[in-house]
Every structure is written in C-alpha cells, then in structure tokens.
Design a protein around this ligand. Structure first.
Ligand code: NDP
Ligand code: 2IT
Length: 445
C-alpha cells in the first residue's frame, strides 16, 4: 500500500485494541490501492478517509431481569457505518464476544457486501454481549424488549433496518419487532427476518446458505467443476450452515461434517439434516446429540479439528477467523479445491494467502454470503409494496443476484489486473458504487 497507507495508519491509531476491525479494513484498502491510483479525485475528496470512519456509533445500556429476579446489565451497540446508497442495513449479533471491534469489522464489510447485491442498502451492524445460550424464552424476551427500547430511537424503515446474525433468529426478531411496534405504534418494515405471518419474506430463512451455494456453483462452473458428487465440510450448525448443507444436498454433493463451538460431528454417510434441525432449531441443544441418533457418526471435541476432514469443498459458516494458516494448509494438502465463506471473515489473512497461492476457488464472505442481506432487501421491497412474492419468485431473484455478484466480482478482478482473485474483485466492485455516491453527495461541513 502506498496512497492508502496513511488511511490504514489513521484507522489503527484512532481505533486502538480493535484487531478485527483493522484486519477487515486492511484487506479492503490493499485491494483499493489500484482504484486510488485511477481516481485521484476520490483521494482528494477524502473518500477513503471517510469510508473507514462510521457515520454514527450508538452504545447503550441494556438492563434486564432474569427469572429469579436478578438484574443484569449488557451493552447494546449499533454501528451506522455508511448510508451513501441506502438506509443502514445489517444484522444484530448476540454473543458474549461482541464488542466494538467485531461490530465495526462487520459493519465495514457490510457496506461493500450490500453494494454488491445491487440493491439500495447502506452498511450497518449491531448487537450485544448478551448470551442467549441457556436463557429461558422469557429471559430472552425481556432482554430483546430492553434492547429495542433504546434501539427504537435510532432505527426506522427508511433509516436503519436491522436483522438476524449469530444468536439472533426468528424468536429474537419477533420479540424485538413486537416491542418496536408497541413503542412507535407503527407496522413497518423496520426489521427483516420477520415471521411469515407478520411481514417476513419466503426464502429469507434459507437465503444465506442457498445464496452461498448459488455463488459457489457459478464459481465452480467457471473452473469446470460442480457440487455434483463432491464431499463437503460445513462448519457451524446455525442458520447459515444448515441451509447451505441443504442446498449442497439438492445440488448433488454430500455434506459429511458440521460443528458448533464445542466440537464437530462426522457422518461418512452424509449428515441427516432433519435430525440437525430438530436438535438445533427446535430443541436448541448441542450438535454432539447427533451421534446418539446416528451411531455411524462420530463426535470430536474442539471445533477447529473439522478442517482436518478430507473434502473437495469447504464452506466455513460459523464465525470470524475460524480457519487459520495451518487449517488452510491442511485443507489444501487433503485435496480441497474450493472454499466458500458463509460466515463473515472466517479465514485469517494468512489462510486467504494460502488459498490464493494454491489457486483454490475461493469465494470471499462479502460476495459469497450476500444472499442473506439481498433477500432482506427483497423483504423490505415487499413490505413497501404491502405484497408478498412466492417462494419460487424470491428464490429466482436470489439466484440471479448471486450469479451477478460472481460475474461482477470476477470482471472487476480482471479489469483491475487481479484475474481469478475474487477477494480483490469483490472489494473493488462493492466499493465503486459507494464511492461514486459519496462523491456525488459532496462533503458535509
Ligand atoms: P447462528 O447463531 O444461527 O449459528 C452460529 C453457529 O456458529 C453455531 O453453530 C455456533 O455454535 C457457531 N459459532 C458461533 N460463534 C462461534 C465461535 N466463537 N466459535 C465456534 N463456533 C461458533 O448464526 P448464523 O448461522 O446466522 O451465522 C453464522 C455466520 O454467518 C456468522 O459469521 C454470521 O455473521 C454470518 N452470516 C449470517 C447471515 C444470516 O443471514 N444469518 C448472513 C451472512 C453472514 P454455538 O451454538 O456453539 O455457539
Ligand atoms: O452478515 C450479514 O449479512 C447478515 N447477518 C444479514 C444482514 C441482513 O440485514 O439481512
């Protein structure tokens, strides 16, 4: 980096102790150096300096009372990162690890991902260090209501539209939506991932996992490969992992492993998704339960061991930095030829380096997992129209969007001299539209 080195230095000094945020920004700025060379007017207008600084960060107290009457205090955060091309849009993560570094990395990535969808949505992310695991429904409800009591002052269908992410699924969105409606007396599309009887869109539940497979299918095809007959490892066993696995099976591949934060299961006969859905979606139990039902399968403690399983295609769909350099090397040594990121930033920079050097068909998160937020934008569209499309209609739109993202990332990579590097291609293609809009809007004094 030359032109953008000072931007990176400013990010590091202004955001001390935020390694995930630095990591996400560095990767993007490295790809954008060639864009900065071509667009001195964007450098002069401070586009690069401005895009790395959130427009607004809201941090608030979330008090709630557990079933025994004890008071707890969590921290709520919403990062409204960039609204150049539409209202802030991005999920809410509920996990004890949540902090400003993680939410700023996620909000920053969301700017480019949302731009890639070709739909009018800006970038944002939020959440809390609340841990839904082991909490009763009533405890989760009280937390969500308290969280929304403050968040409702800062969001709106044309301002900022949150959705799900780790720890935030249909149940949490329901409690939050109910509270927003109570407080504001508005029936509006302020959240996405809503239930089908109250404004949700068909396919939103499946969208991230399905979209990941549509994207990878296109990337595989371009290199003369396909899911048909392939052995696939998917990490995680949440929303993204389950529906990615379902689509892999539909496309003729076999998913042999899934994980959670405790460990992983291996089923050489192919994972039975009905069992996984029952354990994870209905009973909210651990993935280890699977081997009690399917005795051919094995369970191993520790989640990183999943990358030692021999596979053709890996779809990391749990969390950030889950594939390090050693795991990446192991995947490649075992013959893995494609990696598609369902999770956000699941590969460390060193792991990405291994994939690129070995010419792995590598679908970076911003592009490969954009199907979730794209379908959220389709949900917003249906809410605005007071109308709903059929499953087939939404699914066809999702597929078209994912194929276009692949094509745009791939052609931007070629145009800027990074042929076959979808990391650079996605970063550049996502950035151009946002930079153009920011430049048109002028600089606010
Ligand atoms: P869920 O909460 O439904 O599932 C998360 C899964 O990942 C669980 O199996 C969980 O295991 C595991 N996991 C979470 N944190 C860790 C950790 N620190 N170490 C190991 N495993 C972990 O979330 P989603 O499926 O929605 O999200 C998964 C990933 O996909 C995230 O990176 C998210 O940002 C990304 N994503 C999600 C989208 C969506 O629409 N939902 C859209 C695009 C990206 P356990 O139960 O043990 O915690
Ligand atoms: O990371 C993501 O893209 C999401 N969690 C989905 C965001 C959304 O607004 O649907």
């Amino acid at each position: 980096m030359k032109i953008l080195q000072n931007v990176m230095e400013q990010v590091i000094s202004r955001n001390p102790g935020e390694p995930e945020f630095h990591q996400a920004v560095r990767e993007v700025l490295e790809s954008l150096e060639v864009v900065a060379e071509k667009h001195p007017e964007w450098v002069a207008a401070g586009i690069f300096d401005r895009i790395v600084e959130p427009e607004r960060q809201i941090i608030f107290r979330v008090p709630w009372v557990d079933d025994k009457g004890k008071v707890h205090v969590n921290r709520g955060i919403r990062i409204q990162f960039n609204s150049a091309i539409g209202p802030y849009k991005g999920g809410l993560r509920l996990h004890p690890s949540v902090n400003t570094s993680i939410l700023k990395f996620l909000g920053f990535e969301q700017i480019f991902k949302n731009s890639l969808t070709s739909l009018p949505i800006g970038g944002g992310k939020g959440g809390s260090d609340f841990d839904p695991k082991g909490k009763s429904d009533n405890e989760v409800m009280r937390f969500c209501q308290s969280f929304m009591t403050e968040l409702s002052k800062h969001i709106g269908a044309d301002t900022d539209v949150p959705a799900g992410d780790i720890g935030t699924g249909a149940r949490e969105i329901g409690y939050m939506y109910g509270q927003y409606k109570r407080l504001r007396n508005e029936y509006t599309g302020v959240l996405t991932g809503k239930g089908l009887t109250w404004g949700g869109s068909l396919v939103r539940t499946e969208a991230t996992g399905y979209g990941l497979c549509y994207f990878m299918d296109e990337a595989l095809k371009a290199r003369g490969k396909s899911f048909k007959g392939s052995t696939v490892v998917v990490s995680g066993s949440g929303n993204v992992a389950i529906y990615a696995a379902q689509k892999v099976h539909e496309l003729g591949g076999k998913v042999v492993a899934l994980s959670d934060s405790n460990g992983y299961i291996y089923d050489p006969d192919g994972i039975k998704l009905d069992t996984v859905k029952q354990i994870k979606e209905v009973e909210r139990k651990r993935i280890s339960e699977y081997v009690n039902i399917h005795t051919n399968a094995t369970y191993t403690e520790g989640c990183s061991g999943i990358w030692s399983i021999k596979c053709d295609i890996a779809l990391p769909s749990a969390t950030q930095n889950e594939i390090d350099e050693a795991s990446a090397k192991l995947l490649v040594a075992n013959g893995c030829y494609a990696v598609g990121e369902g999770a956000n930033m699941p590969s460390t920079p060193e792991a990405v380096e291994v994939f690129l050097k070995n010419k792995i068909i590598y679908g970076p998160a911003k592009a490969a997992n954009a199907g979730g937020v794209a379908t959220s934008a389709l949900e917003m569209c249906q809410n605005s129209m007071r109308y709903s499309w059929s499953f087939e209609e939404v699914d066809a739109k999702l597929k078209e969007i994912m194929v276009n993202i692949y094509r745009n990332a791939s052609s931007a990579a070629k145009e800027y001299g990074f042929e076959d590097n979808l990391v650079a291609g996605a970063n550049i293609a996502g950035f151009l539209k946002v930079a153009n809009a920011m430049y048109s809007h002028g600089i606010a004094y």
